[in-house]
Design a protein around this ligand. Structure first.
Ligand SMILES: [Zn+2]
Length: 54
């Protein structure tokens, strides 16, 4: 499964989350440290994703 990098607003840290693409599209990302979903995707991780679509 792909690894995604997020910035957790609650932890105020960057976290890496492993999940499937379908889980990612559903927005089910939760912080592995605190369980919060107040996470923002870091720039750069989407480049490999979006490049495949176009
Ligand atoms: Zn967190």
């Amino acid at each position: 499964m792909p690894l995604y990098e997020f910035y957790c607003d609650k932890c105020q840290k960057e976290v890496s989350v492993t999940m499937s693409i379908s889980e990612r599209e559903k927005g089910q990302a939760a912080c592995p440290r605190c369980g919060s979903r107040a996470m923002r995707p870091l720039m750069g991780t989407f480049f490999t994703q979006t490049s495949k679509k176009s």
